[in-house]
Design a protein around this ligand. Structure first.
Ligand code: MSP
Length: 503
């Protein structure tokens, strides 16, 4: 994934409903990745958007006494608004009802058809509107989909995609590209699914209208997943332009891995388009131990969360609490615990102490009079950790580990404060105090650089307080070559991570 062009995508979200924490989670993870790659010097394209066709959206529009288009407009706007509420830096937002998408999706269909992978027949079998997925009789559990969703019997004329023709090619591809599916455990699920045999896939519907017409046969609309998956290339301008393709990474939830790691690559092979580099499937959140569902009334509103706790705080918690790829549980108590102990007490307090001592004891000016061994040790600890952090993010998307490592740098710096006792040095050895505070400020600069993707507002504040110029904030500038310059005057300090006090 080390190419200088970096293309990252979120799933496009169904507009049958409002955004919830699951959507926020995927989007924040992508934003962190995108922001990191930007400071790592890559040319980044970050895409998100909304999935607006299909029976589910049609039905929810009807339930709300409106047209599918109006319903899509209203709900797509909510997803769009969420981006600002979470400080997301996407470069584009695609809606599948846009002309650019419809035309691209039809061109993609035609490419597959021209290569001989689409044929007409009829489908009879089970379909789940909630999952927008077909199920085999044998997959059903007590008459429901394995996801617990209701299924209905469907019988209609349908076009089919020759998925069965791609079983060997897919297995070979997974074999040759071991980093294609992550995490490892999920990869095995996909492998056994494909090894179990692939049946041809119904890719058109005739019993409702809300979709992209099949080129040349307007009685049919395209299956919503074929329509939706092509967004990743239609947003780039397919079939005319595909700059940035292949995607460096598609980040998705575990529930939709099969669509991305099996169907999507097969469609692309059929159309003669290159395959994405990597699919990462993250886990699911529960709320205080319970499955999140509208019927239980425990859906977590990401707007309200960011409003109450702060954008950076929510971003931090979601990325820190569970290793990316695992399931995890949300609770207010855990969120407040991490905000207070890890952000406020560890990092925030360090910044506050150091910057106010520089302000009070050094007239706000950085001074340095020769390093002791302990100073060099602290700075090299931060330097070596920075590389580990980069690896965790770039190669493993292990965001929680990256944050844990950033926290370790701050803990180390706090221990250094306790060991050097700069407040005592004020009288005993003011020159030594200056160097100690300089060392800490330089360590904070490194922490600030590393925090940028995760908590962009606080990182910006911290780097401003250290008078680090905007163009001095790239990852490769973490080392001594770009260290803070003695003689630099720092602005008045202000807190970066306030404590959260429950009312
Ligand atoms: N429209 C499809 C994706 C098409 S991509 C070509 C879709 N949309 S969705 O709105 O239902 O879900 C989007 C994402 O939200 C999925 O990645 C899903 O895993 C994620 N989540 C939904 N609930 C979640 C949790 N409770 N926890 C974490 N993520 C969850 O699927």
């Amino acid at each position: 994934m080390e190419e200088r062009k970096f293309y990252i995508t979120t799933p496009i979200y169904y507009v049958n409903d409002r955004p919830h924490i699951g959507h926020a989670y995927t989007t924040i993870a992508c934003d962190i990745m995108a922001r990191f790659m930007r400071i790592d010097g890559a040319q980044v394209k970050f895409l998100t958007g909304t999935d607006e066709h299909g029976q589910k959206v049609e039905q929810s529009a009807a339930k709300n006494n409106t047209t599918p288009q109006e319903w899509a407009d209203t709900n797509s706007q909510h997803f769009h608004d969420l981006l600002a509420a979470l400080n997301i830096t996407n470069d584009d937002f695609i809606r599948t009802t846009e002309e650019r998408h419809k035309q691209g999706a039809q061109a993609f269909w035609k490419a597959i058809e021209k290569n001989g992978y689409i044929y007409k027949d009829s489908y009879s079998g089970w379909y789940s509107v909630r999952d927008e997925a077909y199920y085999q009789e044998a997959e059903l559990i007590d008459g429901k989909a394995p996801t617990g969703a209701d299924v209905e019997w469907v019988e209609e004329p349908s076009y089919f995609f020759k998925l069965s023709a791609f079983q060997d090619a897919l297995l070979e591809f997974y074999e040759e590209n071991p980093a294609f599916i992550a995490p490892e455990g999920r990869k095995n699920e996909v492998l056994s699914f494909v090894k179990g045999g692939l049946k041809d896939l119904s890719v058109s519907r005739t019993t409702f209208k809300w979709g992209i017409p099949v080129p040349g046969d307007e009685e049919h609309v395209m299956y919503v997943w074929l329509d939706a998956l092509t967004n990743y290339i239609t947003a780039l301008g397919y079939p005319f332009k595909t700059d940035f393709w292949p995607a460096s990474i598609h980040i998705v939830g575990k529930d939709i891995l099969r669509f991305h790691a099996v169907y999507w690559p097969a469609f692309l092979m059929a159309a003669g388009v290159e395959l994405p580099k990597r699919i990462f499937a993250h886990g699911w959140w529960t709320n205080e131990g319970q499955k999140i569902s509208k019927s239980l009334g425990n859906v977590i509103d990401p707007f309200a969360l960011a409003e109450e706790f702060g954008i950076d705080q929510v971003r931090y918690f979601l990325m820190r609490e569970i290793p990316f790829g695992n399931d995890g549980d949300f609770s207010r108590e855990k969120l407040i615990g991490r905000v207070n102990s890890e952000l406020a007490n560890n990092i925030g307090n360090l910044a506050q102490r150091v910057l106010s001592m520089i302000n009070k004891n050094c007239g706000g000016v950085l001074k340095k009079n020769g390093f002791h061994e302990i100073d060099k040790k602290l700075l090299s600890f931060a330097f070596v950790h920075a590389d580990k952090i980069r690896n965790e993010i770039v190669y493993h998307q292990h965001f929680s580990r990256a944050l844990e490592l950033i926290g370790q740098i701050a803990s180390r710096a706090n221990e250094y404060v306790d060991a050097t006792e700069p407040w005592k040095l004020k009288k005993e050895d003011p020159e030594r105090m200056e160097t100690v505070l300089y060392t800490l400020a330089e360590c904070l600069r490194r922490i600030g650089l590393l925090l940028q993707p995760f908590t962009p507002q606080a990182a910006d504040k911290l780097l401003n307080q250290l008078a680090v110029a905007q163009e001095q904030r790239l990852f490769h500038m973490i080392g001594a070559g770009n260290a803070l310059k003695p003689g630099t005057e720092l602005p008045a300090p202000e807190g970066i991570f306030p404590r959260f006090e429950e009312e």
